[in-house]
Design a protein around this ligand. Sequence first.
Ligand SMILES: Nc1ncnc2c1ncn2[C@@H]1O[C@H](COP(=O)(O)OP(=O)(O)OP(=O)(O)O)[C@@H](O)[C@H]1O
Length: 262
Amino acid sequence: MTATLAATSAATETDAVVRMSGVRKVFGHGPRAVTALDGIDLAVAPGEFVCLLGASGCGKTTVLNMIAGLDRPSSGDIELTTTRPAVMFQEAALMPWLTAARNVELPLRLAGVKRTERRARTLELLDLVRLGGAGDKRPHELSGGMRQRVALARALASALQGNNGEASSLLLMDEPFSALDAITRDVLQGELLRVWEATGTAVVFVTHDVREAVRLGQRVVLLSSKPGRVVQQWSVADAPEAELTEEINGRLREVISSHAAA
Ligand SMILES: Nc1ncnc2c1ncn2[C@@H]1O[C@H](COP(=O)(O)OP(=O)(O)OP(=O)(O)O)[C@@H](O)[C@H]1O
């Protein structure tokens, strides 16, 4: 028997970096309105790694966009106690005319960090993502995996900015490895765990891949579709990976088929 958490949240009472309470999101108006999310309660603890899992269209990106402040809930509350969260997407979205180092440096420049400090910070971050020797390369000279490493370093530059690298930061990741080949994805998953441990940042990671969720997350949160709701959560540490993957896969299949039958 694996460890299932209550359907609300594992970090409800404590000092969450983000807390969503009764969040509802409706797109559009009248007969064409789509209720994407309904009654989402979710809290993420400082330094916690949470994977949001669900079928295509269940509202994972909508949750992330609202935490990032890119969109607003129709009702309910979202409280953040972090510096501004950084977002990393499926595509690296680097500035093609800037070198890797200048891409990483950009959020620091926009935040008004002094030149010497931002150069030093950029070198540290490029080393952290194992791109120490590639800072002067432009995005088209890098592989897909290397571009995502640059995007990770840039997101960390943004997330860790203003808190001296302490735990009150939040990184939001929207299927960042899904466009990569299986081997590169596997390597980058391992790298992300190393970087997460080294920085202590909290992570909310969106995926539709159960295996990826179980490998990366301390907690896996399963969303239903139309409307998106938290249907179940699992604590990963307490269960053997293979058993948990099978259990979550089964539950995901149930959720998808109940949606298809509705
Ligand atoms: N701007 C928008 N206008 C209208 N409907 C939207 C908008 N954004 C999202 N939706 C709808 O809200 C629902 C949730 O979308 P969302 O992109 O958050 O899902 P998702 O789980 O991230 O999907 P995927 O895994 O395919 O990326 C879907 O039904 C989608 O069509």
